[in-house]
Design a protein around this ligand. Structure first.
Ligand code: FES
Ligand SMILES: [Fe+2]
Length: 386
């Protein structure tokens, strides 16, 4: 709990300086190129994926929350019968009232306007003044998965808001170390909104030549204050999973150099797993002699080029809380160093790459699988690779 409130405190510090100071890139932050112009350079904004739409703590039993995201509007509600969370279109199919102003009755969502009740599968369950109800589902729904203190929905880029959607092509991942109780919750951080495309976060991991200019300087955790004379040296590699195509892995080894001398005992390793197109990413950070930290970083596109970013982390029970706070704060400080670049750049379909630049095209081909074929940028990306 202590870390949670600390994270919230830091979020205020970050919000205040989000666009003003990012070390060496601060000068680029203003004036800002128009979102409309930037948006036209990118692939579509809402690829198919599991997305985090809320923290479990936001939805009490019988509660309803409204969300605008993924190019649509939806409500999440928690059943008063069995605590299951359901997601459906936010506006009543009868005459368009906002269902988040209604209430949950016996596991169904009751509209505030004429009190129709909708079942979790999108059918009309009851109409108080009619004997017969429409027999087919008429309200869009989403597959929901709740775990690890978070609520996720599966969005299908081909179907969008869909009545009776098919099951997702892959399940939300199970994380054994948390399921078994070995790792326990240690905090969360609402990092607010960042004006960027999901592709940029994925592409960042294969952009090996940006590590030194943007992440080569040690910062005081949770801040953008530089630690003098301490540099970070990175070694990185990226690969997609040969059997489960929606997974990709990024390995990073980091070591601190003080006055140019590498300090062996500061060596840390991180394995970063992309579950789909950077909507859900986990970091496993191995700290020598101190245990392991597992952190979720999630992106929810609330509008084209606007991501809600959340962090939530777990650690071995024995890992000291101060160390977890330090390591997570380090990562978040480094992540923030990219923001001014992301929020001001465009997507180049044919970047002028040279040897040493990292497998940008390989990443883009991988990313292309999360779009339906008729709109896929994959062909463009493939062309660009030649
Ligand atoms: S608008 Fe919802 S019941 Fe009429
Ligand atoms: Fe980066």
């Amino acid at each position: 709990m202590r870390e949670i409130s600390m994270a919230a405190h830091n979020s205020r510090i970050f919000a205040s300086d989000l666009n003003h100071s990012h070390g060496r890139v601060a000068a680029m932050a203003t004036p800002r190129p128009s979102t409309r112009m930037r948006e036209q350079t990118y692939p579509p904004p809402f690829p198919s994926a599991w997305y985090r739409v809320a923290g479990s703590h936001e939805l009490r039993r019988g509660g309803i929350v409204y969300r605008e995201c993924l190019g649509t509007q939806l409500v999440l509600y928690r059943s008063d019968r069995d605590d299951q969370v359901h997601a459906m279109g936010a506006f009543c199919p009868h005459m368009g009232a906002n269902l988040s102003h209604g209430r949950v009755v016996n596991g169904q969502l009751e509209c505030p306007f004429h009190r129709w009740q909708l079942a979790p599968d999108g059918r009309v369950a009851t109409i108080p003044y009619a004997d017969r109800v429409p027999s087919k589902p008429c309200q869009p729904t989403w597959t929901v998965h709740e775990n690890y203190g978070q609520i996720f929905v599966y969005h299908d880029a081909g179907g969008g808001a869909r009545v009776a959607p098919p099951p997702p092509p892959y399940d939300f991942p199970a994380i054994d170390d948390i399921d078994s109780g070995r790792m326990v919750p240690r905090g969360r951080h609402d990092a607010g909104r960042v004006h960027m495309h999901l592709l940029e976060f994925a592409e960042n991991s294969v952009d090996f030549q940006h590590f030194s200019p943007l992440h080569g300087q040690m910062l005081v955790p949770w801040t953008n204050i530089r630690v003098p004379f301490v540099q970070i040296r990175h070694e990185a590699d990226w690969s997609s999973d040969p059997e489960q195509g929606h997974l990709a892995y990024f390995h990073n080894k980091a070591i601190l150099e003080v006055f140019g001398r590498a300090i062996e005992r500061t060596k840390a390793r991180a394995k970063i797993t992309f579950y789909g197109p950077a909507s859900v990413v986990t970091f496993r950070i191995m700290v020598p002699d101190a245990g392991e930290i597992l952190m979720f970083q999630t992106h929810l596109p609330v509008a084209p080029l606007e991501q809600q970013v959340d962090f939530q982390w777990f650690a071995d029970k024995a890992t000291p809380r101060w160390l977890v706070w330090y390591v997570v704060g380090n990562w978040i400080s480094q992540w923030r160093n990219d923001i001014a670049i992301w929020e001001n750049k465009i997507h180049l379909r044919k970047p002028l790459l040279v040897p040493g630049d990292g497998p940008i095209h390989k990443l883009r081909r991988w990313f292309g699988q999360f779009y339906p074929e008729e709109t896929t940028p994959e062909a463009d990306l493939e062309n660009a690779a030649q």
